[in-house]
Design a protein around this ligand. Structure first.
Ligand code: ADP
Ligand code: MG
Length: 167
């Protein structure tokens, strides 16, 4: 069992591979150096929190690169199921760990610069190196299918915790 792990951070730009190569957008999250969980594929819950443009403009810790986009984002507080990969993406041989979160819903908009609150609830498997992109895509499809079937069981955390912004 993996202990519940909570991460709260800004969505940053990655290599753009998720949507383009894999057909599965993954929100890349900043500030993960402190994470002590093993690398792997996990599922849980995520909430996109859009702070007001005026609040962000005055925040010295908020990255300048994202200050302009925030005012264009739709306001949402719904907590949704997510599947994520945490690690080196062996297929791409990254040299640094990344946390990439796929929200299990068709959102239809980008949310770079928004805050993402992520609750990791269950480890699904280890990371793998693949023979082909097709094999990787097949595993992603299986992971999404499994995650959709279990994340409904995590919804009690939405009400019984302070992890998420209340609607
Ligand atoms: P990047 O390499 O910049 O992370 P991706 O191709 O992985 O690019 O796309 C990720 C971006 O797509 C996210 O940062 C977010 O703004 C957007 N996006 C749209 N829908 C989703 C979704 N369901 N899950 C995750 N990200 C999504
Ligand atoms: Mg990504």
């Amino acid at each position: 069992m993996v202990p519940l792990t909570y991460i709260r951070s800004i969505v940053i730009r990655g290599f753009g591979r998720g949507s383009r190569e894999l057909g599965c957008p993954t929100a890349n999250v900043d500030n993960i150096n402190h994470l002590t969980i093993p690398t792997g594929i996990y599922c849980g819950l995520a909430q996109i929190v859009v702070r007001s443009a005026s609040e962000v403009q005055q925040d010295p810790n908020y990255p300048d690169a994202y200050k302009d986009v925030i005012s264009k984002l739709p306001y949402t507080t719904e907590v949704k199921g997510m599947v994520c990969s945490f690690g080196f993406n062996p297929h791409y041989e990254n040299t640094e760990r990344s946390l990439e979160v796929h929200i299990l819903d068709n959102l239809g908009f980008d949310f770079y610069g928004a805050e993402l609150r992520v609750l990791i609830c269950e480890k699904m498997r280890d990371e793998k190196k693949y023979e082909s992109l097709e094999a990787l895509k097949q595993d992603i499809a299986n992971d999404i299918c499994y995650a959709k079937s279990v994340t409904v069981n995590f919804q009690h955390h939405v009400f019984n915790s302070n992890y998420f912004l209340k609607p």
